[in-house]
Design a protein around this ligand. Structure first.
Ligand SMILES: [Zn+2]
Ligand SMILES: [Zn+2]
Length: 232
């Protein structure tokens, strides 16, 4: 069988699919035209602490244990679908696509190289960035998922649950800490704290997607209730 025949057979048996919605697409195009229009890629001037575009940053430049953060997309819509495709559906091609997108964003946002990558989905990210994978971030015990915990308890929920298996591997290094979705950032921050405590020089939080910081909104709603009580 010739290579051309093999390629044809593979294309028929395993057609290329859009990484976001899963629709069959032309090989090498990566995403369909609908998702290309809908997915909101993070570009231009961004806040280096919360990874949001400057005009939508509401983090108040609150500092973290990580030194900087970046994300490839704004979370929601087809981006959410795409992340679920590889997280829950095990779509490896979608995983590779999003890891490549995160790697592209890292190179766009930062002019310093990282030494190694850790966290999920670390294998693909490590390959895309051609960096060694540090598989030594250890979760010491399970806690309720962060999305089920009210904002004020998020930090406490993950406090002390991670450690670094082999501190020698990260000492003095620039570590890229990878996650699928950055929401409040507490989990990334807790991991960054341990990486720093164990000797990492710089920690950059890189995620496929970032969600808007809801802290401001929630506080305002709580304040509103408080004010209402005062005034009634
Ligand atoms: Zn699509
Ligand atoms: Zn910000």
């Amino acid at each position: 069988m010739t290579q051309a025949m093999k390629d044809k057979l593979i294309a028929v048996l395993y057609p290329a699919r859009c990484a976001f919605c899963g629709k069959v697409i032309l090989p090498q195009s990566g995403i369909c035209s609908d998702c290309e229009t809908e997915a909101q890629a993070v570009a231009g001037e961004t806040c280096s602490l919360c990874a949001m575009p400057k005009e939508r940053c509401s983090c108040g430049r609150r500092s973290h244990f990580y030194d900087a953060a970046a994300a490839a997309y704004l979370y929601g819509g087809v981006v959410k679908d795409g992340i679920l495709r590889y997280k829950k559906g095990g779509d490896r091609r979608a995983a590779a696509f999003f890891a490549a997108e995160a790697a592209r964003r890292y190179r766009e946002a930062f002019d310093f190289p990282a030494d190694l990558v850790t966290y999920i989905p670390q294998r693909d990210a490590a390959r895309e960035l051609e960096l060694p994978l540090f598989d030594g971030m250890v979760k010491l015990y399970d806690v309720p998922p962060q999305k089920s915990v009210p904002y004020l308890y998020k930090r406490g929920n993950v406090a002390g649950i991670f450690d670094v298996g082999d501190p020698e591997a990260i000492r003095g290094k620039t570590v890229l800490l990878f996650d699928d979705v950055k929401t409040s950032g507490e989990t990334l921050d807790e991991c960054a704290k341990m990486l720093k405590l164990r000797g990492a020089r710089t920690v950059v939080a890189l995620s496929v997607a970032v969600t808007e910081n809801k802290r401001k909104k929630k506080q305002t709603a709580a304040e509103k209730r408080k004010n209402q009580k005062i005034h009634t």
